[in-house]
Design a protein around this ligand. Structure first.
Ligand SMILES: [Zn+2]
Length: 353
């Protein structure tokens, strides 16, 4: 476990010290191998996520997050290079490029042994007690994954996001030619649209931010709809010959988007939510769901099975991660990075310790 002490020690890290806005760039003690299966890695890149912005601003969502323990090094979307390994580490050697499954799981509980490591009974979300906006970090080998040769270390910091998108998509089976609607063209929506396209679906992605919609059109078969200008309902009606969408991913985390999803989905179609809703959503399940037997699912994190699918997708060159990287900044420039990351025109900001 990290300990925090201002002073003479070696490593720089970005720490959420106090329950108020802002972060502290401070020095911390270097990580140590306290377990034979631990791996120390040099952080290459760590990306700023929407959740980090909430913690940075100390908004009500962050202030009420019981899993967040201060002080903590923030950051969980990370890539790095293995520096040192414990005596029983089998999967990694120094020099290996890695990413992290930010849902730190125990690998022993009922959920872990059933494959649902994302729902581990002893789950710790990386960045809530310790994190990766630091020069070095240490984690057990079972939460690390090797980066596929097909991607760069920069892109490796985005695998956490790709996992969220792929796991949301894999909640139900898909068939080529079906119509999928992705609501919200942020990083997760963008990657989900790519994963659905790779499965042969007809994909429509919608948003009201033009730049994000442009970035989401990684592929000519992805239809981008600006909801400020176009009538989403009419377009979905036309594309589905009046039946409605087969699958909807609500990645905007907004009440109007979810309520519209109930109108757009076909009878017995599936809606998956992954957004972090800031406030409760009000709807009548009978009118919005029961009359069409709508299936409403939610999705969080990713599993070992998701990682296997991600590697296949990346190896088949069906996923463009590079297009999501808006800028790379040194860790010292974190204030600038966090302000940039708040802009809807920016997809991902990566910090390099
Ligand atoms: Zn577990």
């Amino acid at each position: 476990m990290w300990s925090y002490r201002l002073g003479e020690k070696l490593l720089r890290a970005l720490v959420k010290e106090h329950p108020k806005p802002g972060l502290s760039l401070m020095t911390i003690e270097p990580p140590v191998l306290s377990n034979t299966r631990d791996v120390i890695f040099k952080v290459a890149y760590c990306s700023i996520c929407a959740g980090d912005l909430k913690v940075y601003d100390w908004d009500p969502w962050a202030a009420s997050d019981a899993t967040l323990h201060l002080p903590t090094v923030l950051g969980h979307e990370v890539s790095g290079v293995v520096e040192e390994i414990g005596s029983e580490v089998k999967k990694f050697k120094p020099g290996d490029r890695i990413s992290v499954d930010s849902f730190l799981h125990c690998a022993l509980c009922n959920y872990c042994t059933s494959g649902f490591t994302n729902l581990c009974e002893n789950r710790e979300i990386y960045g809530k007690r310790r994190g990766a906006f630091a020069e070095y970090a240490v984690l057990p080998e079972h939460v690390l994954v090797k980066l596929p040769d097909s991607i760069s270390t920069e892109e490796g910091a985005l695998l956490e996001n790709l996992g969220i998108a792929v796991h949301a998509v894999e909640q139900v089976p898909h068939y080529p030619g079906e119509l999928a609607v992705v609501m919200g063209s942020g990083p997760i929506g963008n990657l989900a649209a790519q994963a659905l396209t790779a499965s042969g679906l007809k994909v429509l992605i919608c948003d009201k931010v033009e730049k994000r919609l442009k970035s989401a059109q990684t592929n000519t078969s992805i239809i981008a709809v600006d909801i400020r200008k176009d009538n989403l309902g009419e377009i979905v009606h036309d594309l589905s010959s009046g039946r409605g969408a087969d699958f909807i991913l609500e990645a905007a985390g907004s009440e109007p988007a979810l309520l519209q999803a109930f109108d757009l989905i076909k009878p017995r179609g599936t809606i998956v939510t992954i957004g972090t809703y800031g406030s409760p959503v009000t709807f009548n399940p009978f009118f919005q769901m029961t009359r069409k037997e709508v299936r409403l699912f939610s999705s969080i994190g990713r599993t070992a099975q998701t990682w296997r699918k991600m590697v296949l997708l990346l190896d088949s060159s069906n996923i463009n991660l590079k297009g999501l990287i808006s800028c790379l900044l040194p860790l010292e420039d974190y204030e600038n990075g966090f302000e940039l990351a708040k802009s809807k025109d920016v997809l991902k900001v990566l910090l390099k310790p």
